[in-house]
Design a protein around this ligand. Structure first.
Ligand code: ADP
Ligand code: MG
Length: 437
C-alpha cells in the first residue's frame, strides 16, 4: 500500500522527517563473509547491505542467523573473512581497529556498564581515550544524561548497581553517544527490560535520533521493535542470508517469501497498530487544568465541556495526574501533587498505547510531546474505530480487486481479527466512556 491511504493514521514509512542535519555517514557491506575457525558453514555469507547516512537499519531474524556477527564486523570486534566494509566511503579494514571503534558507538543489552565505575566514568570512557579535557568531559556527561532522561545531579555519581535495568540501559545509550560518533551499533539494546520500559527507551531513541540523525544499525529478534524503529529492516535467515530488505511498511504489505511471512506472522498480530504512531492520529482533547489555577474556574470549564475528569498540568504543560471533578471541588487552587501519571510519547506506536492501557488498567492514556508536554489523550475506543476503518478499506480494496480479478488485499482477515480482539478489550470496565480511572 502506498503511503497515501485514505486514513491519515496509517503511514507506511517510519523514516524520521525533520530538518535537523544528518550527522551519520553511509555504511556499505560488500560481499562480506565470516567463517569461524573450524566451521564448515559460514556464519555470514556474502552479505551486501547499504545503510544510507542518518537512517536506522534493523537487523532481525531467528537466533543464530548471524545478526551479531554482521554487526560486530562493522566495528571489527569480529574480523570478516572476506569482503569489504565501507564507513563514510572509507575502508574499515584499512584503519587501526581501536581507532575505528572510538568513532563507532556500541550499545549492548543491559548497557554492560563497568560495575566499579560511576555512571559518569562509564560514559566518559571514550572521550577520555580521545584525550578530551576534564571540563569538556564533565559537560558532555551531564548533557548526555539529560538527553537520555536522567537527572545529572542525581545520577552521575551513582554506581550501576544503584540503577534500575532501564536506567542502566539509558546510561549504556549515553555511553554509546559520548564521543558523538556518526555510527551507532546496537545489539538487542532493549532486550533485558520490561515491556513498558522498553517502549520508553525506544521512544527516547527515536526522539534522540530525530535530533542527531546518526546512522544506526540495530539488532533485534523482536519484529515489532524492528517495525517501530527501522527506516529499513533486513530480515536475515541462517548464514546471514537477507530474506528481505525494505521499509517496514513494504515488508508488512508484501512479504517477499514464505520465510518472511512466517517470521512476521508470529511476531506482529496487530500490524496496523504497530505501523501507526500515537502522534499521527487525531487525539481526543479533554479539559486541562494548570497548577495554581482557580479550582472553581476549572470546575466550570469541565462542566461546560461535559467532562467528568480533568488532566492537571504543571507550568510547563507537563501532565501530573487525572483529577475527578469531586477532587477539584476540594481544591480552591489546583495543587501540584504529582501522581506519577503513566503517559505515552507521541512516537509510541498504537500498539504501545494499547499495552500501556492494558497494563495500567485504564481505558485511555495521556499522550505527550517533544518536551513531555500534554498533547491529548487516546482511548481504546479510538483504536477500535481505527481498525474498523482499516477493515472497511481492506474490504473496499478487496471488492475492487475482485472486479479486476486481482488477488485480494492480504490485510483483510488480520484487520478483522484485530478489531474483534480490541472490541473485547474495549468492553473492559471501568473507564472506556467516562473518565480516566
Ligand atoms: P545471532 O546474533 O543472529 O543470534 P550470531 O551472529 O551470534 O547469531 O551467530 C551466527 C552463527 O555463528 C551461529 O551459528 C553461531 O553459533 C556461530 N558463532 C557465533 N560466534 C561464534 C564464534 N566465536 N565461534 C564459532 N562460531 C560462532
Ligand atoms: Mg546475537
Amino acid at each position: 500500500m502506498p503511503d497515501t491511504t485514505t486514513t491519515q493514521t496509517i503511514t507506511t514509512d517510519s523514516a524520521v522527517t525533520t530538518d535537523s542535519a544528518v550527522s551519520g555517514v553511509d555504511i556499505e557491506l560488500v560481499g562480506v563473509t565470516k567463517r569461524y575457525h573450524g566451521q564448515k558453514k559460514a556464519a555470514v555469507e556474502d552479505v551486501n547491505l547499504h545503510i544510507p547516512a542518518g537512517q536506522i537499519l534493523m537487523l532481525v531474524g531467528p537466533s543464530g542467523c548471524g545478526k551479531t556477527t554482521t554487526l560486530k564486523m562493522i566495528n571489527r570486534l569480529i574480523e570478516p573473512t572476506s569482503g569489504q566494509i565501507l564507513i563514510g566511503g572509507e575502508d574499515a579494514r584499512a584503519k587501526d581497529a581501536d581507532e575505528l571503534r572510538r568513532h563507532i558507538g556500541y550499545v549492548i543489552q543491559g548497557g554492560s556498564l563497568f560495575p566499579h565505575m560511576t555512571v559518569a566514568a562509564n560514559i566518559a570512557m571514550v572521550p577520555q581515550m580521545l584525550g578530551w579535557d576534564r571540563k569538556r568531559i564533565t559537560e558532555r556527561v551531564d548533557e548526555l544524561l539529560d538527553l537520555v532522561g536522567l537527572d545529572p545531579a542525581r545520577y552521575r555519581d551513582r554506581y550501576p548497581r544503584e540503577l534500575s535495568g532501564g536506567q542502566q540501559q539509558r546510561v549504556g545509550v549515553a555511553r554509546g553517544l559520548a564521543a558523538d560518533p556518526p555510527v551507532i551499533l546496537m545489539d538487542e539494546p532493549f532486550g533485558a527490560v520490561d515491556p513498558i520500559t522498553r517502549q520508553r527507551l525506544q521512544d527516547e531513541l527515536l526522539s534522540i535520533q530525530e535530533e542527531l540523525r546518526k546512522t544506526i544499525v540495530c539488532v533485534t529478534h523482536d519484529f515489532d521493535e524492528a517495525v517501530k524503529l527501522g527506516d529499513q529492516i533486513a530480515i536475515l535467515r541462517e548464514g546471514g542470508e537477507i530474506a528481505q530488505l525494505d521499509t517496514p511498511a513494504n515488508i508488512l504489505a508484501a512479504p517477499a517469501n514464505r520465510f518472511v511471512e512466517n517470521f512476521i506472522g508470529a511476531g506482529s498480530t496487530l500490524k496496523q497498530l504497530t505501523l501507526s504512531r500515537v502522534g499521527e492520529i487525531d487525539l481526543e482533547q479533554t479539559t486541562t487544568a494548570t497548577v495554581g489555577e482557580s479550582g472553581p474556574e476549572v470546575l466550570q470549564r469541565a462542566r461546560t465541556n461535559g467532562h467528568r475528569a480533568v488532566v492537571v498540568l504543571d507550568q510547563r504543560r507537563r501532565p501530573l495526574r487525572w483529577d475527578w471533578l469531586r477532587a477539584i471541588e476540594d481544591q480552591p487552587v489546583i495543587s501540584d501533587e504529582n501522581d506519577d501519571l503513566v503517559t505515552v510519547d507521541r512516537r509510541a506506536t498504537l500498539n504501545d498505547a494499547l499495552d500501556t492501557m492494558l497494563v495500567s488498567g485504564h481505558g485511555g492514556v495521556v499522550v505527550t510531546g517533544r518536551r513531555d508536554e500534554y498533547l491529548g489523550i487516546v482511548r481504546i475506543g479510538a483504536l477500535v474505530n481505527l481498525l474498523q476503518e482499516t477493515r472497511e478499506q481492506a474490504e473496499q480494496a478487496m471488492s475492487e480487486a475482485a472486479d479486476l480479478e486481482r488477488p485480494a488485499a492480504p490485510d483483510h482477515a488480520e484487520a478483522a481479527l484485530a478489531a474483534e480482539a480490541l472490541q473485547q478489550h474495549a468492553e473492559l470496565p471501568p473507564t472506556a466512556e467516562e473518565g480516566p480511572q
